[in-house]
Ligand binder design. Structure first.
Ligand SMILES: [Zn+2]
Length: 320
């Protein structure tokens, strides 16, 4: 750089510092509401974001590989620049034309502003809680069930019938099973279920697998993550989507590496078998898959890729 240019640049920089130019709009610092609508045949579906948790990757997040290998996988997926991972939560609203059905309820009203965003995002999508006719829970884990109640303990969806997978409802609400639990994660799940769901005894409708539990919504057996873990197929006319629930947690880890076990699985070997079966089917049928923990708007097609699978996310479509 010539001396003249350098001096000119320094003078210019000094002038800039002396009279700061402000953008005509302040920085917003907050995200837009998270909801995404799409059609499946005659049904209108809305993916509602409950937010995403960013936390240091726990030591045994992937139970059956070394922490170093898991951190490398996170870095390779640009997931954890500071050793943290991000896990999104995405409940699904289905408008059948005659009924509003919510699948899973997210984390509930918690202090962390990054999660528990279901209700404000539902409001942004134009839905009030008393419009929901049915809440269908995929499995009994707190990130799926805590949103059934408000902070004050009252029901978040006061007019909704609450549907629970029969196997999970029997398993997690059993005091006998709770007493037998030794693993700290499982113990926590039992404590949380007893604390947050006991008031629903006698009010819940247990549902079975392989049944059309609402028009266009069929439950699929995908056990392992929990004993009664359930996925769904939503179908109308020639269209269908699979709702995988938690067959995999974050896809960059467990879809790419379907034999990796997330620390939250109840029966990891069964969950692994279920994962292969479910994704072989989804890949063969070329139907979109919605994942509760997939990056928002949490759906895409799944293809086989070597010994694992890859997710080809949907392209945002401005028209419903
Ligand atoms: Zn989950």
């Amino acid at each position: 750089m010539s001396e003249m240019t350098r001096r000119g640049l320094i003078a210019g920089t000094a002038a800039l510092a002396a009279t700061p130019v402000l953008a005509t709009a302040p920085m917003a610092g907050v995200q837009a509401p998270g909801f995404y609508r799409f059609k499946v045949g005659d049904l209108e579906l809305t993916q509602i974001s409950d937010g995403a948790a960013n936390f240091p990757m726990p030591e045994h997040f992937v139970v059956n590989v070394s922490t170093d290998r898991a951190i490398k996988a996170a870095a390779d997926a640009y997931l954890a620049p500071s050793g943290k991972i991000t896990v999104p939560f995405n409940p699904l609203l289905i408008n059948t034309g005659s009924k509003l059905i919510l699948i899973d309820t997210g984390n509930g009203q918690v202090a962390n502003p990054a999660i528990g965003r279901l209700l404000p995002n539902l409001a942004a999508a134009g839905i009030t809680p008393d419009q929901i006719d049915m809440v269908v829970i995929s499995h009994i884990h707190p990130d799926h069930t805590n949103g059934l109640h408000l902070k004050d303990g009252t029901l978040a969806f006061p007019k909704a019938e609450i549907m629970m997978p029969a196997t999970d409802w029997a398993f997690w609400m059993s005091e006998e099973n709770a007493a037998k639990a030794t693993d700290p994660i499982n113990k926590n799940y039992f404590t949380s279920a007893a604390k947050t769901l006991s008031d629903l005894k006698g009010k819940v409708t247990p549902y079975e697998w392989g049944k059309e539990i609402a028009p266009g919504l069929t439950s699929l057996a995908t056990p392992g993550h929990t004993p009664g873990h359930t996925s769904f197929v939503v179908a109308s006319g020639k269209d269908k989507v699979f709702v995988q629930s938690d067959v995999t947690n974050i896809p960059a880890f467990f879809l790419r590496n379907p034999d990796w076990h997330v620390m939250y699985d109840h029966d990891a070997a069964l969950a692994q078998k279920t994962r292969h079966k479910f994704f072989d089917m989804a890949a063969a049928e070329k139907a979109p898959v919605i994942g509760f923990h997939f990056p928002f708007p949490s759906q895409g097609h799944v293809e086989k890729d070597g010994s694992g699978y890859r997710l080809l996310p949907v392209v945002w479509n401005p028209l419903v």
